[in-house]
Design a protein around this ligand. Structure first.
Ligand SMILES: CN(C)C(=N)NCCC[C@H](N)C(=O)O
Length: 264
Protein backbone atom coordinates (compact mmCIF):
# COMPACT_ATOMS: atom_id res chain seq x y z
CA UNK A 1 0.00 0.00 0.00
CA UNK A 2 1.58 3.34 -1.04
CA UNK A 3 2.13 5.48 2.04
CA UNK A 4 3.36 8.73 0.48
CA UNK A 5 -0.24 9.97 0.08
CA UNK A 6 -0.74 9.55 3.85
CA UNK A 7 2.41 11.57 4.55
CA UNK A 8 1.54 14.24 1.96
CA UNK A 9 -1.99 14.43 3.39
CA UNK A 10 -0.54 14.83 6.88
CA UNK A 11 1.75 17.72 5.91
CA UNK A 12 -0.74 19.46 3.61
CA UNK A 13 -3.44 19.25 6.30
CA UNK A 14 -1.12 21.01 8.74
CA UNK A 15 -0.27 23.69 6.15
CA UNK A 16 -3.98 24.29 5.42
CA UNK A 17 -4.67 24.54 9.12
CA UNK A 18 -2.22 27.41 9.58
CA UNK A 19 -4.25 29.44 7.07
CA UNK A 20 -7.57 28.37 8.56
CA UNK A 21 -6.53 29.07 12.14
CA UNK A 22 -7.67 32.72 12.25
CA UNK A 23 -11.17 31.62 11.14
CA UNK A 24 -11.29 28.85 13.75
CA UNK A 25 -10.08 31.26 16.42
CA UNK A 26 -12.90 33.68 15.53
CA UNK A 27 -15.43 30.83 15.67
CA UNK A 28 -14.08 29.72 19.02
CA UNK A 29 -14.16 33.14 20.69
CA UNK A 30 -10.44 33.13 21.25
CA UNK A 31 -10.56 30.11 23.59
CA UNK A 32 -8.91 27.69 21.22
CA UNK A 33 -5.74 29.72 20.85
CA UNK A 34 -2.94 27.13 20.88
CA UNK A 35 -1.95 25.51 17.61
CA UNK A 36 -0.76 22.10 18.79
CA UNK A 37 -4.18 20.45 19.26
CA UNK A 38 -5.63 21.62 15.92
CA UNK A 39 -2.38 20.82 14.05
CA UNK A 40 -2.25 17.31 15.48
CA UNK A 41 -5.92 16.61 14.81
CA UNK A 42 -6.19 18.04 11.30
CA UNK A 43 -2.91 16.44 10.22
CA UNK A 44 -4.10 12.98 11.34
CA UNK A 45 -7.53 13.40 9.75
CA UNK A 46 -6.18 14.80 6.47
CA UNK A 47 -3.62 12.02 6.28
CA UNK A 48 -6.39 9.40 6.59
CA UNK A 49 -8.54 11.24 4.03
CA UNK A 50 -5.92 11.64 1.30
CA UNK A 51 -4.26 8.30 1.99
CA UNK A 52 -7.53 6.33 1.86
CA UNK A 53 -8.75 8.31 -1.18
CA UNK A 54 -5.63 7.58 -3.19
CA UNK A 55 -5.45 3.93 -2.19
CA UNK A 56 -9.17 3.45 -2.94
CA UNK A 57 -8.57 4.91 -6.42
CA UNK A 58 -5.63 2.56 -6.83
CA UNK A 59 -7.90 -0.39 -6.00
CA UNK A 60 -10.69 0.83 -8.29
CA UNK A 61 -8.60 1.87 -11.31
CA UNK A 62 -5.21 0.16 -10.84
CA UNK A 63 -3.46 3.52 -11.46
CA UNK A 64 -1.03 5.28 -9.13
CA UNK A 65 -1.10 9.02 -8.44
CA UNK A 66 1.57 9.61 -11.16
CA UNK A 67 -0.28 7.57 -13.79
CA UNK A 68 -3.62 9.30 -13.21
CA UNK A 69 -2.78 12.40 -15.30
CA UNK A 70 -2.25 10.28 -18.41
CA UNK A 71 -5.12 7.90 -17.61
CA UNK A 72 -7.71 9.95 -15.70
CA UNK A 73 -10.13 7.88 -13.61
CA UNK A 74 -13.88 8.20 -14.22
CA UNK A 75 -15.88 10.64 -12.09
CA UNK A 76 -17.76 7.72 -10.60
CA UNK A 77 -14.48 6.20 -9.36
CA UNK A 78 -13.32 9.57 -8.00
CA UNK A 79 -16.64 10.01 -6.18
CA UNK A 80 -16.55 6.50 -4.69
CA UNK A 81 -12.93 6.91 -3.56
CA UNK A 82 -13.74 10.32 -2.03
CA UNK A 83 -16.76 8.89 -0.19
CA UNK A 84 -14.58 6.05 1.16
CA UNK A 85 -11.99 8.55 2.40
CA UNK A 86 -14.74 10.71 3.94
CA UNK A 87 -16.38 7.73 5.66
CA UNK A 88 -13.15 6.51 7.28
CA UNK A 89 -11.79 9.93 8.21
CA UNK A 90 -15.06 10.70 10.05
CA UNK A 91 -14.16 8.14 12.75
CA UNK A 92 -10.73 9.69 13.28
CA UNK A 93 -12.22 13.18 13.25
CA UNK A 94 -15.12 12.42 15.63
CA UNK A 95 -13.35 12.81 19.03
CA UNK A 96 -11.32 15.85 17.92
CA UNK A 97 -14.38 17.53 16.45
CA UNK A 98 -16.41 16.81 19.57
CA UNK A 99 -13.78 18.53 21.73
CA UNK A 100 -13.72 21.51 19.38
CA UNK A 101 -17.51 21.87 19.45
CA UNK A 102 -17.71 21.48 23.24
CA UNK A 103 -15.06 24.20 23.73
CA UNK A 104 -16.73 26.42 21.16
CA UNK A 105 -20.05 26.21 22.97
CA UNK A 106 -18.85 27.00 26.47
CA UNK A 107 -20.75 29.89 27.95
CA UNK A 108 -17.66 30.95 29.92
CA UNK A 109 -15.14 30.92 27.09
CA UNK A 110 -12.09 31.84 29.18
CA UNK A 111 -11.04 31.70 32.80
CA UNK A 112 -11.02 35.24 34.20
CA UNK A 113 -10.22 36.34 37.76
CA UNK A 114 -13.38 36.20 39.85
CA UNK A 115 -15.52 34.62 37.12
CA UNK A 116 -16.78 31.01 37.35
CA UNK A 117 -14.28 28.46 36.06
CA UNK A 118 -15.18 27.20 32.62
CA UNK A 119 -16.39 23.61 32.55
CA UNK A 120 -13.49 22.58 30.27
CA UNK A 121 -10.04 24.13 30.83
CA UNK A 122 -8.65 23.17 27.43
CA UNK A 123 -8.66 20.35 24.85
CA UNK A 124 -6.95 17.70 27.02
CA UNK A 125 -9.10 18.51 30.05
CA UNK A 126 -12.18 18.41 27.84
CA UNK A 127 -11.23 14.95 26.48
CA UNK A 128 -10.54 13.61 29.98
CA UNK A 129 -13.82 15.02 31.35
CA UNK A 130 -15.90 13.53 28.53
CA UNK A 131 -14.16 10.17 29.06
CA UNK A 132 -14.86 10.23 32.79
CA UNK A 133 -18.41 11.59 32.66
CA UNK A 134 -19.75 9.94 29.49
CA UNK A 135 -17.45 6.93 29.06
CA UNK A 136 -15.25 6.06 26.06
CA UNK A 137 -18.28 5.99 23.75
CA UNK A 138 -19.01 9.56 24.81
CA UNK A 139 -15.97 10.64 22.79
CA UNK A 140 -17.82 9.48 19.67
CA UNK A 141 -21.03 11.39 20.36
CA UNK A 142 -22.32 12.81 17.07
CA UNK A 143 -20.09 10.46 15.02
CA UNK A 144 -23.04 9.17 13.00
CA UNK A 145 -24.11 12.68 11.96
CA UNK A 146 -20.47 13.44 11.15
CA UNK A 147 -20.28 10.35 8.94
CA UNK A 148 -23.46 11.37 7.13
CA UNK A 149 -21.95 14.83 6.64
CA UNK A 150 -18.56 13.71 5.39
CA UNK A 151 -19.22 10.64 3.24
CA UNK A 152 -20.97 12.30 0.28
CA UNK A 153 -19.38 15.72 0.70
CA UNK A 154 -15.86 14.39 0.40
CA UNK A 155 -16.91 12.64 -2.80
CA UNK A 156 -18.05 16.07 -4.01
CA UNK A 157 -14.76 17.56 -2.77
CA UNK A 158 -12.57 15.32 -4.92
CA UNK A 159 -14.88 15.41 -7.97
CA UNK A 160 -14.80 19.23 -7.94
CA UNK A 161 -11.02 19.29 -7.58
CA UNK A 162 -10.30 16.72 -10.27
CA UNK A 163 -13.01 18.09 -12.59
CA UNK A 164 -11.64 21.65 -12.47
CA UNK A 165 -8.03 20.48 -12.88
CA UNK A 166 -9.05 18.34 -15.86
CA UNK A 167 -10.97 21.23 -17.45
CA UNK A 168 -8.09 23.71 -17.29
CA UNK A 169 -5.08 21.45 -17.94
CA UNK A 170 -3.82 20.32 -21.36
CA UNK A 171 -4.10 16.54 -21.74
CA UNK A 172 -1.43 14.44 -20.06
CA UNK A 173 0.14 17.43 -18.25
CA UNK A 174 0.18 18.28 -14.57
CA UNK A 175 -2.11 21.17 -13.55
CA UNK A 176 -0.37 24.52 -12.99
CA UNK A 177 -0.06 25.97 -9.48
CA UNK A 178 -2.78 28.53 -10.27
CA UNK A 179 -5.14 25.75 -11.42
CA UNK A 180 -4.43 23.67 -8.30
CA UNK A 181 -5.07 26.68 -6.05
CA UNK A 182 -8.36 27.61 -7.73
CA UNK A 183 -9.56 23.99 -8.05
CA UNK A 184 -8.63 23.25 -4.42
CA UNK A 185 -10.36 26.43 -3.22
CA UNK A 186 -13.58 25.65 -5.09
CA UNK A 187 -13.45 22.02 -3.97
CA UNK A 188 -13.38 23.29 -0.37
CA UNK A 189 -16.30 25.63 -0.99
CA UNK A 190 -18.38 22.98 -2.80
CA UNK A 191 -17.81 20.49 0.00
CA UNK A 192 -18.61 22.96 2.78
CA UNK A 193 -21.73 24.35 1.07
CA UNK A 194 -23.12 20.83 0.81
CA UNK A 195 -21.89 19.88 4.30
CA UNK A 196 -23.31 22.85 6.19
CA UNK A 197 -26.89 21.52 6.80
CA UNK A 198 -25.57 18.31 8.40
CA UNK A 199 -22.80 20.26 10.10
CA UNK A 200 -25.48 22.18 12.03
CA UNK A 201 -27.19 18.94 13.05
CA UNK A 202 -23.91 17.24 13.93
CA UNK A 203 -22.94 20.08 16.29
CA UNK A 204 -26.33 19.86 18.03
CA UNK A 205 -25.96 16.10 18.49
CA UNK A 206 -22.50 16.65 19.97
CA UNK A 207 -24.02 19.04 22.55
CA UNK A 208 -26.94 16.66 23.20
CA UNK A 209 -27.97 16.53 26.82
CA UNK A 210 -25.68 19.34 27.94
CA UNK A 211 -28.19 22.11 27.45
CA UNK A 212 -31.27 20.29 28.57
CA UNK A 213 -32.16 19.17 25.04
CA UNK A 214 -32.17 15.46 24.30
CA UNK A 215 -32.65 14.24 20.73
CA UNK A 216 -33.78 10.75 19.80
CA UNK A 217 -31.45 10.70 16.79
CA UNK A 218 -30.34 12.63 13.71
CA UNK A 219 -33.83 12.77 12.20
CA UNK A 220 -35.42 13.95 15.43
CA UNK A 221 -32.75 16.67 15.72
CA UNK A 222 -33.47 17.80 12.12
CA UNK A 223 -37.23 17.87 12.60
CA UNK A 224 -37.17 19.67 15.93
CA UNK A 225 -34.58 22.21 14.69
CA UNK A 226 -36.71 23.04 11.63
CA UNK A 227 -39.89 23.24 13.73
CA UNK A 228 -38.33 25.69 16.14
CA UNK A 229 -36.13 27.77 13.82
CA UNK A 230 -37.37 27.20 10.27
CA UNK A 231 -35.44 25.74 7.33
CA UNK A 232 -32.94 28.61 7.52
CA UNK A 233 -31.35 26.70 10.42
CA UNK A 234 -29.57 24.54 7.83
CA UNK A 235 -27.64 27.56 6.55
CA UNK A 236 -26.08 28.53 9.87
CA UNK A 237 -22.36 29.12 9.47
CA UNK A 238 -22.49 28.88 5.67
CA UNK A 239 -20.66 32.17 5.09
CA UNK A 240 -17.80 31.58 7.49
CA UNK A 241 -17.45 27.93 6.40
CA UNK A 242 -17.16 28.99 2.76
CA UNK A 243 -14.82 31.92 3.43
CA UNK A 244 -12.51 29.63 5.38
CA UNK A 245 -12.79 26.78 2.88
CA UNK A 246 -11.22 28.59 -0.09
CA UNK A 247 -7.77 29.48 1.29
CA UNK A 248 -7.49 26.37 3.47
CA UNK A 249 -8.18 23.92 0.66
CA UNK A 250 -6.27 25.89 -1.99
CA UNK A 251 -3.03 25.53 -0.02
CA UNK A 252 -3.88 22.01 1.15
CA UNK A 253 -4.10 20.77 -2.45
CA UNK A 254 -1.11 22.83 -3.59
CA UNK A 255 1.17 21.39 -0.91
CA UNK A 256 -0.23 17.88 -1.45
CA UNK A 257 0.41 18.00 -5.22
CA UNK A 258 3.89 19.46 -4.81
CA UNK A 259 4.96 16.96 -2.19
CA UNK A 260 3.86 14.04 -4.38
CA UNK A 261 5.60 15.49 -7.46
CA UNK A 262 8.74 16.14 -5.45
CA UNK A 263 8.79 12.53 -4.21
CA UNK A 264 8.47 11.43 -7.85
C1 LIG B 1 -16.82 18.38 6.01
N1 LIG B 1 -16.16 18.85 4.85
C2 LIG B 1 -16.91 19.58 3.91
C3 LIG B 1 -14.84 18.60 4.64
N2 LIG B 1 -14.22 17.97 5.45
N3 LIG B 1 -14.31 19.00 3.50
C4 LIG B 1 -12.96 18.75 3.16
C5 LIG B 1 -12.11 19.88 3.62
C6 LIG B 1 -11.14 19.49 4.66
C7 LIG B 1 -10.34 20.66 5.15
N4 LIG B 1 -9.45 20.18 6.16
C8 LIG B 1 -11.20 21.76 5.73
O1 LIG B 1 -11.30 21.82 6.95
O2 LIG B 1 -11.75 22.56 5.00
Amino acid sequence: MPVEEFVAGWISGAVGLVLGHPFDTVKLLGFFKGMSFPVASIAVVNSVLFGVYSNALLLLTATSHQERRAQPPSYMHIFLAGCTGGFLQAYFLAPFDLIKVRLQNQTEPRAQPGSPRPRYQGPMHCAASIFQEEGPRGLFRGAWALTLRDTPTLGIYFITYEGLCHQYTPEGQNPSSATVLVAGGFAGIASWVTATPLDVIKSRMQMDGLRGKVYRGVLDCMVSSVRQEGVGVFLRGLTINSARAFPVNAVTFLSYEYLLRWWG
